[in-house]
Design a binder for this molecule. Structure first.
Ligand SMILES: Nc1ncnc2c1ncn2[C@@H]1O[C@H](COP(=O)(O)OP(=O)(O)O)[C@@H](O)[C@H]1O
Ligand code: SF4
Ligand SMILES: [Mg+2]
Length: 334
């Protein structure tokens, strides 16, 4: 299956059976007493030019996934193929860039904005100092700031402006893949749309592929072409956005859709709130990981883990639920 997907030249990124388990150390001897199963067999493909949304509650493994793809951490198992199997690590670190969740902690407070934006070029020894300064000024303009902002420090900017600086830095090496890890969740609601629109405009201009991570479905709604829903280190469902919103196949997707705030106050949309919080990923429930919160769970769900399967009758759709064929779930209704 893997080889088939790699040969597909539309694929920019192929992730296959990815696992990342973090050891838990306790006591003075720091003995390993358990594991956090942050990613536990995640497979998907990102096509060139698309925006691929990754959605799941906090703790589902989204940031760990992003950090594995950019090479900040080593996976425990599985494969990540960027462009082709022959692509070197150095190419990946140049061609895959990340925009971080928190624009307050991700920018070095002691560096001037110009140096922050040009640092990736400096690390990869691109251009002269003057070239890099010119490019940094251009990048600041592209993200809606001014060239003279290069001389200032991060604390002189608002959250939204800081995220623009983070985006300028990520753009500086002209990446093929931009991984945006909850790029607006630390920002005021009033500036969230501006930053998302900026990302969309930049993507149209530069043609990069985008992996957009969010903890709920309202952020990715209009930005993503396809969406992957994650729960406790597993993939629940992958679908194009329209199908996912209109006809979810996984009960967790239905729950996420029902929790999107209503636009029309008289909407008759059924709304159920998921009971409880996600279980501890160091003690994931057996069988289907969602069974402790799933309103449709049956006996089999508690013992047998559902695999992520392609739906023959719905091209391009994948779902991991024993009852996916028999359930008729509610999509997003305004
Ligand atoms: N470096 C680490 N060491 C131990 N556990 C970690 C580490 N990084 C993340 N985790 C754990 O892995 C799980 C997934 O975390 P994360 O990938 O940050 O999820 P998300 O971004 O979806 O909120 C969480 O339970 C988190 O506590
Ligand atoms: S496999 Fe069972 S518990 Fe899991 S989502 Fe489907 S119905 Fe719910
Ligand atoms: Mg995260």
């Amino acid at each position: 299956m893997m080889d088939e997907r790699v040969r597909d030249d539309r694929a920019l990124l192929v992730v296959d059976g990815l696992k990342k388990h973090f050891p838990i150390h306790t006591g003075i001897l720091r003995r390993t007493t358990g594991m956090v199963y942050a990613l536990d067999g995640v497979s998907f493909t990102v096509e060139r030019g698309e925006t691929f949304g990754v959605v799941g509650e906090s703790g589902s493994g989204k940031t760990t996934l992003a950090r594995c793809i950019v090479g900040l951490i080593e996976p425990t198992d599985g494969k990540i193929v960027f462009e082709s199997a022959a692509t070197q690590k150095n190419d990946v670190s140049r061609r895959v860039q990340m925009v971080f969740q928190d624009p307050y902690s991700s920018l070095n407070p002691r560096m001037r904005v110009g140096s922050i934006v040009s640092e990736p070029m400096f690390i990869h020894r691109i251009g002269t100092k003057a070239d890099r300064a010119t490019r940094a000024a251009e990048l600041l303009v592209r993200v809606g700031l001014r060239p003279e902002h290069a001389r200032r420090f991060p604390h002189e900017f608002s959250g939204g402006e800081r995220q623009r600086i983070g985006i300028a830095r990520a753009l500086s090496l002209d990446p093929k893949l931009m991984i945006c890890d909850e790029p607006v969740s630390a920002l005021d609601v009033s500036v969230q749309a501006q930053v998302l629109n900026l990302l969309k405009d930049l993507q149209i201009q530069s043609g990069f592929t985008c992996l957009l991570i969010a903890h709920n479905l309202s952020v990715v709604e209009y930005a993503a072409d396809r969406i992957m829903v994650m729960y406790l280190g597993k993939v629940c469902e992958i679908a194009d956005s329209r199908s996912l919103y209109g006809e979810p196949l996984h009960p967790y997707t239905e729950a996420l859709l029902s929790s999107i705030p209503k636009i029309h106050p008289r909407s008759r949309r059924k709304r159920f709130v998921l009971p409880g919080v996600p279980p501890d990923p160091s003690r994931p429930p057996g069988g289907c990981r969602f069974h402790t919160r799933c309103p449709y769970a049956v006996d089999r769900c508690r013992t047998v883990e559902p695999s992520l399967l392609a739906r023959e009758d719905r091209p391009g759709r994948f779902v991991a639920c024993h009852r996916a064929d028999e359930l008729s779930l509610t999509g997003y209704v305004e």
